[in-house]
Ligand binder design. Structure first.
Ligand code: BGC
Length: 746
């Protein structure tokens, strides 16, 4: 009966629209859902099956007969990946697919500035439009659970609130251009090693409080049009077809109306894919290496095998129609959106955005004065001096490598070149210092100068030491790189130490020249055993096309650093909950290809664990210095008591007490003084970055509501704020919170 009514209604829709000439689905003055239903009922079974799986490495078909074009996806998330061939991973060899590389998402998170995320999304969206991409595979918001995680650099740090505030404007900025964000990797893909086999075991509280909030924010507040299922498993189901994560939480609880896209090769079974929430299948059988046939798209789990089950009456078309609706919605939002601008590639404005974000994200970690002189940084660019730059990362392109986020850039300014250009009055010399990975190509994109080097480690160190003896300042540009087992997809780091004998190099250099600056190029922390001897350390991230310029501008003080760490920089691995609890990388199940990884540290991730252990990390979450100084006044609250539906605001004055303009980020952490469950000592719930001239003061007001006081109650499956006393701890890093206010929740 329902079916008959529906068919009559659909026929009516068509007839009515024919009266206006334009079919409803093509009429963008009509409500989206009406257009979706209209298109859906015009489609044949074959057309429906076709649009829910890929037709090439990165595209899925539209409906030609109805004028709905193909859907093109592309990585993501730091720039638009170069085109590969239709059914191969090889480069298509286009001459117009070079892009601007924006800073890696860790750097974006380190800006602590949602406005930077909006600019990021908008600029990337324009590049995607020009390149004809409808979906950008990103951003990634998996939580930084261990510093060994291979893809930490592609994510937004350890804290769910910070990641949420950054992901929302990124998504909105991107989608304002008519390009869909595809939030990844949903969910619990917090490390890379054995990512296809890991079955995560995690408490509901940790899932809801730590691992899901950024995804939820991207969906509920950002309005993301697509999300990518992760490779790993949860509750013994693959996350690309997972009843609990996809059907229950994402689609039911969060009311997600967009498309669940599989990670490439993340679907494993037709029935499960159909039932457990997958909408659009990509990458199956296409690795082209160990398995797979050419152009095997018909063999996809949601292709012929699915059609057959329907034809044999083993499945109805109910789930199919639901998937098709979602995919159609995505088309109307992107490929069929007539108001999309055209976009442009490699424009000056995109480079300017990349530079601005990079400069706001770079973190000054240490800046002491050797032997009581001035702090080493900033370096005076007008001075005639001898600068020695050391290290492979000064001459290595970092936009190439690391996995699917690898790019083909039109330009990447290397640190050495940036420093030479900015310090034109100085004599800038270079020594290699160490050899890391000399490969300068990835997936067929070869770039940069040759990194060929035959000298031994000792020869390289002694050359650098000799040159350092007569230099006024030594800048070591080191850290990690995008090679396997470093900051790269597919594996995790094997150790938390700096690779390639860099520690030996730094120790030798600082012994002959105490004016040493270490610039770390990486997406995560490392042990820095020489930290007490080296006066200046800068976290330079992977900042994309404008790397060299951004780094040089910070070193020269043209830019006053204002980035803050989006993760805890542990002194050693034991300060990290996952490692201290021996809860990484998990335990193989006997006789099975599954590794159970139990997140035994629960909600105690990052600073939450450090607080609990009263540990002293090398650099705490939220920490970063400036070339000026700031002072905070005493915070005041606008209320002493609140009820569950109230908001409460805290105001604190911030003064720039130094003699340079700069920015400080005021951070508010909530502490629940007494709770029925074990809660972290404090949790970040609000922050704001303020820009101040020397001597200028400004009041910063931070407002929170009931959400900020709640924990996830496992017994009821609800968020709960318990009456009682709370404290708002306010300051400039998770370990510098000089002013606080108490208040009561009634
Ligand atoms: C990665 C995704 C990526 C996809 C397409 C997968 O291996 O995990 O992040 O978007 O490939 O390149």
């Amino acid at each position: 009966m329902k079916k008959i009514i529906f068919t009559i209604m659909a026929l009516l829709v068509v007839t009515m629209s024919q009266a206006n000439d334009l079919p409803v689905y093509l009429d963008d003055t009509k409500p989206l859902e009406q257009r979706v239903e209209d298109a859906l009922q015009r489609m044949t079974l074959d057309e429906k099956i076709a649009i829910i799986h890929a037709q090439s490495k990165f595209s899925s078909p539209g409906v030609k007969r109805l004028g709905i074009p193909d859907l093109w996806t592309d990585d993501g998330p730091h720039g638009v990946r170069p085109d590969v061939l239709w059914d191969e991973w090889e480069q298509a060899g286009q001459t117009n697919d070079s892009c601007v590389a924006f800073p890696a998402l860790t750097c974006l998170a380190a800006t602590w500035n949602p406005e930077m995320a909006r600019i990021y999304g908008e600029n990337l969206g324009e590049e995607a439009l020009y390149r004809g991409k409808n979906v950008i595979l990103g951003p990634g918001v998996n939580i930084y659970r261990t510093p060994l995680g291979g893809r930490n650099f592609e994510y937004m740090g350890e804290d769910p609130w910070l990641a949420s505030r950054i992901v929302v404007p990124y998504v909105q900025g991107l989608q304002s251009k008519g390009v869909a964000a595809c939030i990844k990797h949903y969910a619990l893909n917090n490390d890379e090693e054995y990512r296809h086999q890991v079955n995560v075991i995690v408490s509901d509280r940790a899932l809801q409080e730590i691992y899901l909030p950024a995804f939820k924010a991207a969906v509920r507040e950002g309005g993301a049009w697509a999300i990518m299922g992760a490779y790993n498993l949860y509750k013994d189901q693959h996350n690309c077809h997972n009843q609990y994560l996809l059907n229950r939480i994402l689609k039911q609880d969060w009311q997600f109306d967009g498309v669940v896209i599989s990670d490439w090769g993340g679907a494993h079974d037709t029935e499960q894919a159909v039932k457990y929430g997958l909408d659009l299948e990509f990458g199956t059988w296409t690795d082209g290496l160990a398995f797979g046939t050419s152009n095997a798209y018909d063999n996809y789990y949601m292709a012929q095998p699915y059609k057959q089950l329907i034809q044999e009456g083993k499945m109805t078309t109910q789930e199919l129609d639901e998937k098709v609706r979602r995919v159609l919605r995505l088309h109307f939002r992107t490929t069929m959106n007539r108001n999309r601008p055209h976009g442009f590639l490699c424009s000056e404005s995109h480079y300017a955005a990349a530079l601005k974000i990079a400069q706001e994200g770079i973190v000054l970690l240490k800046n002491d004065a050797p032997k009581g002189a001035q702090p080493v940084l900033p370096l005076d660019a007008n001075k005639k001096q001898r600068i020695l730059v050391v290290g492979e990362n000064a001459i290595k392109m970092m936009t190439v490598g690391g996995g699917s986020s690898s790019l083909k850039v039109q330009k990447e300014i290397l640190p050495l070149d940036g420093i030479k250009a900015r310090f034109a009055n100085a004599e800038v010399d270079y020594a290699r210092g160490y050899v890391g990975d000399t490969v300068q190509s990835y997936n067929g994109v070869t770039v940069g100068r040759s990194l060929y080097e035959m000298r031994s480690k000792d020869e390289l160190i002694s050359e650098a030491v000799e040159k350092a003896k007569t230099a006024d300042v030594v800048i070591v540009v080191g850290g990690l790189n995008k090679s396997d087992y470093q900051d790269a997809e597919g594996h995790d780091r094997k150790s938390y130490d700096l690779p390639y004998a860099q520690n030996e190099l730094v120790e030798a250099l600082v012994a002959v020249n105490p004016r040493l600056v270490f610039v770390s190029i990486s997406g995560t922390g490392s042990v820095l055993p020489w930290i007490n001897k080296v006066p200046a350390v800068v976290q330079g991230w992977f900042v994309g096309s404008e790397s060299g310029e951004a780094i040089a501008n910070v070193l020269a003080g043209d830019v006053n650093p204002s980035g803050k760490l989006p993760f805890t920089w542990y002194a050693d691995l034991n300060q990290c909950g996952a490692h201290a609890m021996n809860a990484y990388p998990g335990v193989w199940r006997e006789g099975q290809q599954i590794i159970d990884e139990e997140y035994k540290e629960g909600v105690y991730v990052g600073y939450r664990w450090v607080d609990k252990q009263k540990a002293k990390p090398l650099f705490p979450f939220g920490y970063g210095l400036s070339y000026t100084t700031f002072s905070l006044g005493k915070a005041t609250a606008d209320k002493k008591q609140i009820t569950a539906n109230d908001q409460i605001s805290f105001t604190v004055s911030v003064t720039n007490t130094g003699n340079r303009a700069g920015a400080e980020t005021v951070q508010l952490y909530v502490s629940d003084k007494k709770a029925s469950v074990d809660r972290p000592m404090k949790e970040l719930k609000a922050f704001q970055k303020v820009y101040l001239q020397p001597g200028e003061s400004r009041d910063v007001t931070l407002t929170i509501g009931r959400d900020a006081l709640s924990f996830f109650d496992e017994a009821t499956g609800q968020w709960k704020a318990e009456p009682g006393t709370f404290e708002a701890l306010i300051g400039t890093s998770s370990q510098n919170l000089p002013t606080k206010c108490s208040f009561e929740l009634k």
